[in-house]
Design a protein around this ligand. Structure first.
Ligand code: OW7
Length: 400
């Protein structure tokens, strides 16, 4: 059993308790103030809440690796619930070929081909919605509806079953946390959902022109192996839906809460891109990831013993007052670059350009039609061990 050094702050708090997930900000402030590293007795892990240490851990993959899993479960000792991701749960050199393939397929240049049609799709979705009503739910009617309309098509999912994507992602992100009630609630459907997702990754299940087909073409070229191709497609389906849904919900919620910022966006539409990054900083849709020490490694004055897990609070780092002025304020005048909402270093979100394009299309469509928006009813969170997520954000809009 590990005996904490006297200088190391110890906490009995549970960051995955439902009341903490409901409102994580007080816990995160306590964590940052307790010290650069805090031992969480309940899970026997070392927690980082300050920007400096979270950034340092993210950018030091040699000392803090991913192949033992980026959740609480330590793959040195435990069997993962599914074959590990060849991107997220891998280290160099194995990580690098699949990463290079996806970087190209999801990069800014490649996405130019999708841009016009996604802007058109966003216009159609927003027109349809606003022709029916000026009161709606930004979570279901926009933040979920838009990615589910464009992203599966872009990957090349052909058949039925898109409704499986969000529940599958919800369970995958819960699975990075402890085996609590959120994981148990997802367990009955794991086999069915995994079965469907895995079927979609096969070459003959995918359309001829999407991201999925391009991954298989990379295997034909020998850039990745044929064994890696379906797992790379699986990464898109796991990481590409719930993340963007919650990122879009975050930016729409931020604007509903900050009418003066919506007015600024209406004056200057080029702020749409900054707005999304500021919302990713402010809400941090992905709240936490773990790493595992590859040897006894010092960080923030504490030695993390070989093989032990560190828990990085991306959301806490993104609101660390040691790094950000007025961190709790959503502010389009701020430069949010350097936030760790997409991670940092070699694993930094490979799909971030896809997410930014989705948000640019949706915000631009809305900004040209909506003069102002306000919260119109009770805002409800959806609890997840890793995601800062929403059940419902009802709004009322005034049309331009
Ligand atoms: C994967 C934003 C996290 C993820 C999350 C879940 C799964 C995967 C990636 O990125 O399967 O590669």
């Amino acid at each position: 059993m590990f005996a904490p050094a006297p200088a190391l702050p110890v906490s009995d708090a549970d960051p995955f308790a439902l009341d903490v997930l409901q409102d994580p900000l007080p816990f995160q402030a306590d964590l940052r103030d307790a010290g650069p590293v805090v031992y969480l007795r309940r899970y026997d892990v070392f927690a980082l809440g300050r920007y400096e240490q979270v950034h340092a851990a993210l950018t030091d993959w040699q000392s803090f690796h991913s192949a033992a899993g980026v959740g609480l479960s330590n793959f040195r000792y435990e069997t993962p619930w599914r074959p590990p991701s060849i991107l997220l749960e891998a280290d160099p050199p194995h990580h690098d070929a699949p990463r290079a393939v996806l970087s190209k397929i999801l990069g800014p240049r490649a996405l130019q081909k999708l841009r016009a049609s996604w802007i058109r799709d966003a216009d159609i979705l927003v027109d349809q919605l606003l022709s029916n009503t000026t009161e709606f739910d930004v979570v279901t009617d926009l933040a979920a509806a838009f990615p589910l309309r464009v992203f599966p098509d872009a990957v090349g999912i052909s058949g039925t079953g898109r409704e499986n994507l969000l529940p599958y992602g919800d369970h995958a992100f819960n699975s990075f946390g402890p085996l609590n009630s959120l994981v148990e609630k997802g367990a009955p459907r794991v086999a069915e959902l995994s079965g469907w997702v895995n079927e979609q990754c096969a070459r003959d299940a995918l359309t001829g022109d999407g991201f999925g087909a391009q991954i298989w073409a990379a295997a034909d070229r020998g850039d990745i192996t044929y064994e890696q191709a379906p797992l790379a497609v699986r990464s898109l389906l796991t990481a590409g839906v719930d993340t963007t849904v919650n990122g879009l919900a975050a930016v729409l919620y931020a604007f509903a809460k900050h009418p003066e910022q919506w007015a600024r966006l209406r004056e200057n539409r080029t702020l749409a891109r900054t707005a999304f990054d500021e919302a990713v900083r402010w809400e941090s849709p992905v709240q936490t990831f773990f790493r595992t020490a590859t040897s006894d490694t010092e960080i923030g004055g504490t030695v993390i013993p070989d093989g032990r897990k560190i828990l990085m609070f991306l959301g806490a780092a993104n609101r660390d007052p040691r790094r950000w002025d007025n961190p709790d304020v959503f502010d389009l005048d701020r430069n949010p670059s350097g936030h760790v909402g997409y991670g940092m270093g070699i694993h930094q979100c490979v799909g971030q350009h896809v997410a930014r394009l989705e948000s640019e299309a949706l915000l631009t469509a809305l900004a040209s039609r909506v003069e102002s928006l306000e919260i119109a009813g009770p805002v409800r969170r959806h609890l997840n061990n890793t995601l800062r997520s929403w059940e419902s954000v009802p709004v009322r809009v005034r049309l331009a």
